[in-house]
Design a protein around this ligand. Structure first.
Ligand SMILES: NC(=O)c1ccc[n+]([C@@H]2O[C@H](COP(=O)([O-])OP(=O)(O)OC[C@H]3O[C@@H](n4cnc5c(N)ncnc54)[C@H](OP(=O)(O)O)[C@@H]3O)[C@@H](O)[C@H]2O)c1
Length: 281
């Protein structure tokens, strides 16, 4: 498996499997399938309510724990130092492990500084091997980096062919923060699965549109975690290590970038209000 060396020296698989919108009942089966296909990194979160399914699949799969890289995220209702600290222990219990490979702050709202201090502490205690953030844009992570001891190793941010995060990436590179994509298939939005540029490029290599889009992200140094509940699609998405896109094809895919989210804008006051409301739940 191709890896990315994080800023603290930890090697992280560049491709993994995400379990957002995988129900708690289905999660163990999905992760078991993903591991049997060859995925060795699993991305979950407290908010997905399926950490237990991940923990069960990892415990039962017969692959040694050290060969699987687990990512989880602290939800905003657990922000603040005390709550975050407690929630890390709860995640460890649900994941049936005495360490998490990478733990992120899920969103840039609420008492993120207190929560980050809890992450730093867990990192120093060896409960997590690397720490980072998610959905932090340059205004958020530049400020965070200036006020913490441990620079985030990763920022997991919406990234796919329609929102390539060119501007954010420049600042992440400056600070040594690895770029991890969520929604690498744009969750199918914006006509992703019928996009003619991706499909036509794919025909040249005997690959599908999703495979082309995922390969493109890999070649741009992005960590990817496509999700599917279907084993044949897990395999399709994983089967991208035997071809390389030409420079002309890379250039054509770069042109698909709109520089905008296909979901929502973290700087939109209505969205911030929605997140603030979620903190109270
Ligand atoms: N940090 C955050 O705030 C955040 C936000 C969103 C997601 N994430 C993480 O990123 C992961 C991936 O993002 P995502 O799940 O939102 O979206 P995604 O991976 O971009 O797309 C998943 C969707 O595409 C379908 N799909 C997958 N492979 C396909 C294929 N080869 N052909 C056709 N359809 C296919 C899936 O349907 P089926 O399941 O029916 O195949 C599902 O509806 C998540 O699972 C989660 O771990 C993080």
């Amino acid at each position: 498996m191709q890896t990315i060396k994080l800023n603290n020296g930890v090697e992280m698989p560049q491709m993994g499997y995400g379990v957002y919108q995988v129900s708690p009942q289905e999660c163990e089966r999905c992760v078991t399938d993903a591991l049997s296909v060859g995925y060795r990194m699993i991305d979950t979160a407290q908010a997905y309510q399926n950490e237990e399914g991940v923990g069960n699949a990892v415990a039962k799969c017969g692959i040694s724990r050290e060969d699987i890289f687990i990512v989880s995220k602290i939800w905003i209702s657990n922000f603040g130092y005390e709550r975050a600290k407690k929630s890390i222990d709860e995640s460890l219990r649900r994941l049936r492990s005495n360490y998490i490979d990478l733990m992120l702050l899920h969103q840039p709202f609420g008492d993120r500084y207190g929560a980050y201090r809890a992450l730093e502490e867990a990192y120093k205690e060896g409960k997590v091997r690397a720490i980072g953030v998610s959905n932090f844009y340059p205004d958020h992570f530049i400020d965070l980096c200036a006020n913490v001891d441990v620079v985030p190793a990763v920022n997991q941010i919406e990234t796919h062919v329609f929102q390539q995060q060119i501007e954010s990436r420049k600042y992440m590179d400056e600070l040594g923060i690895a770029h991890m994509s969520w929604g690498p298939l744009a969750e199918g939005r914006n006509g992703f699965f019928t996009n003619e540029t991706l499909i036509n490029i794919g025909k040249k290599y005997g690959k599908t549109g999703p495979q082309v889009a995922l390969r493109y992200l890999l070649d741009r140094g992005v960590i990817i975690i496509p999700k599917s509940s279907r084993k044949e699609r897990m395999a399709e998405n994983f089967n991208i290590f035997d071809f390389k896109l030409s420079q002309d094809d890379m250039d054509a895919i770069l042109k698909l970038d709109t520089g905008k989210s296909v979901f929502f804008d973290h700087h939109d006051p209505e969205i911030v209000k929605w997140f603030v409301g979620m903190m109270k739940k």
